[in-house]
Design a protein around this ligand. Sequence first.
Ligand SMILES: [Zn+2]
Length: 80
Amino acid sequence: MCKTPKICPTCGNKKPLTRHHIYPCQWYHGAGPTYKLCRDCHSELERYIPHKWVLTTRECMDIFQSFINLKKAVLKCQNF
Ligand SMILES: [Zn+2]
């Protein structure tokens, strides 16, 4: 097993990556696409998901996509 930290595609930091289930496991039991990002970004993304009711896969995807877009915009600003 290679333990070299990878570059997080979301924040650009060199950190070990975790796997995020775009459709939360509590509702979709591991089905659907996953995305690799660091622990910090992962925790941040989880905060955008309301766990009070079951979201549709469409809603999960929308939350995920707006998070990625938000982080990409921040990353762009930092590179200037
Ligand atoms: Zn990150």
